[in-house]
Design a protein around this ligand. Structure first.
Ligand code: KIV
Ligand code: NA
Length: 276
């Protein structure tokens, strides 16, 4: 299959729906790619899923470059979008373009993603002017955890809903080619989807978006802890992995691993000469 491009995703406002899954290394990227998923997100969710942090605030630009480069070594056909981490786009448009430029030049990102609405217009425009495609991210924006006071559904009251619609229209106007909508009521996501000319990709935002995104560990059931309401586990790989590792442990103890077939052998004559 051919490489998916930014214009191809932009054109999916007319359908078919877009699928996007996170990946943080080459092995994950290869599996997501073989499944035929449209987009890979090298998400700053690597902080919680892989690094064991409580939130995404401590991921660095160097780490995002490292994960993006690992994903792209798998040469996925998926469009690879890489998150700009917290503080990499909050200082100035100039710093933002330099930082996003590293994700493209060193991480081989096809596009970058950043969180926030009208307050991010100047950096979105600077990135688009530098020929770096941008995905927006509105609603429950995890990098705002301190100001939100936790991870809570957003846009529930009238003013907050109106603000989110205005944010979506403004960033679409500024040139984002898609918008992730996270943690908002389904009918607000439907209204936003109708009011912008770029695809919306939902997570905890109902069925009316132009696409859906989930975290790799969530889709595959690799989590042991609490699951958000919007997660569907399409497999139980944590369970499968535990069973496989238990079997390995038991066969090592029993001496039944490895077998003759799983071992390397001498030529008979060498063995005889060695035993004399
Ligand atoms: O980092 C991430 O995984 C994300 C998705 C939840 C959209 O931003
Ligand atoms: Na993210």
């Amino acid at each position: 299959s051919e490489k998916i491009t930014v214009p191809m995703i932009r054109a999916r406002k007319q359908g078919p729906k877009i699928s996007m899954v996170t990946a943080y290394d080459a092995s994950m990227a290869q599996i997501v790619d073989r499944a035929g998923v449209d987009m890979i997100l090298v998400g700053d969710s690597v902080a919680t899923t892989v690094q064991g942090h409580e939130d995404t605030l401590s991921v660095t630009l160097d780490q995002m470059v490292y994960h993006a480069a690992a994903v792209n070594r798998a040469r996925p056909h998926c469009l690879v979008v890489v998150d700009l981490p917290w503080l990499s786009y909050h200082i100035s448009p100039e710093e933002t373009v330099r930082n996003a430029g590293r994700l493209v030049q060193e991480g081989h990102a096809d596009a970058v993603k950043l969180e926030g609405g009208r307050k991010r217009l100047s950096v979105i425009k600077a990135l688009v002017n530098a020929e770096i495609p941008v995905v927006g991210h509105l609603g429950l924006t995890p990098q705002s955890v301190l100001t939100m006071g936790g991870f809570r559904v957003q846009g529930r009251d009238l003013q907050a809903a109106k603000d989110l619609i205005a944010d979506a229209q403004a960033i679409a106007q500024a040139g984002v080619f898609a918008i992730v909508l996270e943690g908002i009521p389904d009918s607000l996501a439907a209204l936003i989807t109708q009011s912008v000319n770029v695809p919306t990709i939902g997570i905890g935002a109902g069925a009316q978006c132009d696409g859906q995104v989930l975290v790799y560990h969530d889709v595959l059931g690799l989590n042991l802890g609490h699951l958000a309401k919007f997660v569907r586990e399409f497999a139980q790989l944590a369970h499968t992995a535990t069973e496989a590792l238990q079997a390995f442990h038991q066969e090592v103890q029993a001496g039944s691993f490895p077998t003759d077939k799983e071992s390397y052998h001498f030529d008979k004559t060498v063995l005889q000469a060695l035993q004399q």
